[in-house]
Design a protein around this ligand. Structure first.
Ligand code: NAD
Ligand SMILES: O=C(O)C(=O)C[C@@H](O)[C@H](O)[C@H](O)COP(=O)(O)O
Length: 548
């Protein structure tokens, strides 16, 4: 029977992808993952399929993915944790070299714990794990030719045990990972990016990896008695799970639910949080944890900056945009009727935990919105980002893409370098505002119903046209803006009749000085500069280029 050399089954978090990639490398063959196939077919994250279409639809897609893979793939194949629940899928596995990777409940809680991106395990992880394992163990055992325990074993040891159990021949010459494989390997470990302390603030680290919530108590520390977990409505279960976990570790933990997205960035929501903190007796040694996208971390940071004139806070960004931008750098704030982010403070967090697994549940439009800030980092500082996006624009739209971790880490490094030398935006930091002058004006005009990244995309095309018309930016680089932004599905245009309103909105941009409008433009890739008081005719012409 042709087909996969090895099929890995087992619960979520057991290490199927890590071990599978190691095995593929050792055996000189390819690795394939049916979860990734399902995401690619459906064009959305697994949690979205569960939410929008139901588990039955997901299992049908998964069954087809398994059928295709067992017919076409000859390397190492990993199946989703629940694939064995489906009778037909189990039948497809009969007689194949299926390896069941097992782990006990304690190990599962330790490895996956509160990993909220796993839609089935948001709350009470230990009890839910036990029930899930009890239900699925017999099914894994039914399809498996071999069972390999993973408890207290490194992925390399598990891979070795599988090679021995199946008596597989290894390729000679040792593992030689390709660049693509290397970038995936980065994703498996935790990357730490340092942000220097400036302007009297403490240094801190941005951690990028998986299963990072276990770091929270270390960051919160012993001096805190109370912790407030601020989360959006969309992450209600996550917020509660984190609160419960912190409570079980002895903190007096409260969860404060905020509205989703931009609706959270209001003074009314901030006041609601202040009230909750006051009623809890929150003191200067207590800590706020903001879990969510940029809107949530902006508010959480602002509440932390303003409560008692400043308490510590930790950012746990759960969107691409939050990870690469909003949660890093200490800009916190809310909107007012007059404009975007007009009230706020520079108040850096104590630490930032970017758990890449959280991105699995992010709706695709929110994922793509974050790509705008990644592409911004490419244009202002790191052209490799642009190359990576252009090499696989479809992959750049999903967390399963080959460059996800590298794109996120590179963008964070760009931001880290800037904010480490200019926290309070006395100069250099303004480059991070590339595309934002028009973007914020559009967001206000749309009553904050447009996604931030979508507005930044149009704003960058506008800034590129402005640079071109001002004689600073070459045609090829200006055109590259349109091409790369469009390739990932970001918008390039906005309503042509809105220019007078947008111009009015831009006057309150934080880069303005008196009546002087100031824009970040490029002299070339990686060469941002300030364009002060451009001729109104140039501004209008540049807008003409983005008008729909
Ligand atoms: N402070 C800064 O330096 C900075 C930088 C860039 C952007 N921002 C701000 O960030 C905001 C945009 O942030 P954003 O793009 O993250 O959007 P967002 O915070 O509005 O989140 C988008 C949506 O996704 C939901 N969500 C978040 N994480 C999820 C997950 N893992 N799974 C499912 N749903 C999830 C949210 O509840 C929300 O409905 C804007 O207000 C922008 O001004 C701030
Ligand atoms: O961190 C910065 O500085 C930025 O400008 C990053 C921007 O991407 C971000 O949208 C920021 O919130 C905009 O700040 P603002 O000062 O223009 O409100």
């Amino acid at each position: 029977m042709s087909g996969p050399l090895i099929v890995l089954v087992g619960p979520m978090g057991v290490g199927k992808s890590t071990v599978g990639e190691l095995l593929a490398d050792r055996l000189g063959t390819a690795y394939r993952d049916t979860d990734a196939d399902v995401v690619a077919t459906a064009g959305k994250a697994i949690s979205e399929i569960f939410f929008d279409d139901g588990e039955e639809r997901f299992r049908a897609l998964e069954r087809q993915a398994v059928r295709d893979a067992v017919e076409q793939h000859t390397g190492v194949l990993a199946l989703g944790g629940g694939a064995v629940l489906d009778d037909e899928t189990r039948a497809l596995l009969a007689g194949r070299p299926v390896v069941y990777l097992s782990m006990d409940v304690d190990e599962a809680v330790r490895r996956v714990g509160l990993n909220t991106a796993r839609p089935l395990l948001a709350v009470n992880p230990r009890r839910q794990w036990r029930e899930l394992m009890d239900a699925r163990r017999p099914l894994y055992e039914e399809v498996a030719a071999v069972t390999v325990a993973t408890d207290e074993r490194a992925p390399e040891e598990v891979a070795q045990a599988i090679v021995e159990a199946l008596e597989l021949p290894e390729r000679t010459g040792g593992p030689v990972p390709s660049d693509q494989e290397k970038s995936r390997m980065t994703e498996q470990g935790t990357t730490r990016i340092q942000i220097a302390g400036t302007a009297g603030t403490d240094p801190y680290e941005v951690l990028v990896g998986r299963q990072l919530l276990g770091e929270l108590p270390n960051l919160i520390g012993d001096r805190a008695k109370r912790v407030a977990v601020l989360h959006p409505e969309a992450l209600a279960e996550t917020g509660e799970a984190v609160r419960e976990d912190l409570a079980s570790q002895g903190y007096e933990a409260i969860a404060i639910q905020l509205p989703n997205a931009e609706e959270a960035k209001t003074v009314e929501v901030a006041a609601y949080c202040w009230k909750a903190l006051g009623q809890t007796g929150f003191t200067r040694t207590d800590v706020i944890v903001g879990i969510g996208g940029g809107a949530t971390t902006d508010v959480a940071g602002f509440v932390a900056a303003s409560w008692l004139r400043g308490v510590r806070w930790i950012a746990v960004p759960t969107t691409v945009l939050g990870m690469v931008d909003a949660a890093v750098g200490g800009k916190t704030g809310i909107n007012t009727a007059e404009g975007k982010n007009l009230v706020g403070a520079f108040h850096p967090p104590t630490g930032v935990l970017c758990d890449l697994a959280a991105l699995d549940s992010l709706p695709v439009n929110d994922y793509v919105s974050g790509m705008a800030e990644i592409i911004k980092a490419g244009f202002i500082a790191d052209p490799v980002i642009l190359d990576l996006v252009e090499s696989d624009p479809q992959g750049a739209r999903t967390p399963a893409g080959p460059h996800t971790a590298e794109l996120i880490e590179r963008s964070i490094r760009v931001k880290a370098e800037v904010v480490s030398s200019d926290l309070k935006e006395s100069g250099l930091r303004e480059i991070l505002n590339y595309g934002h002058t028009l973007a914020h004006a559009i967001e206000k005009n749309e009553r904050y119903k447009w996604r931030h990244g979508a507005a930044v995309s149009v704003g960058m095309v506008f800034a590129a046209e402005l640079g071109r018309l001002a004689g600073r930016l070459d045609d090829a680089t200006a055109d590259r803006h349109r091409a790369v932004l469009e390739s990932v599905g970001l918008p390039l245009t906005y309503r042509g009749d809105q220019w007078p309103k947008l111009l009015e909105n831009m006057k309150v941009d934080k880069k303005s000085r008196g009546d002087l409008l100031r824009f970040i433009v490029l002299d070339g890739i990686g060469k941002p500069t300030v364009l002060e008081g451009p001729d109104p005719a140039i501004l209008l012409s540049a807008y003409g280029e983005v008008s729909a």
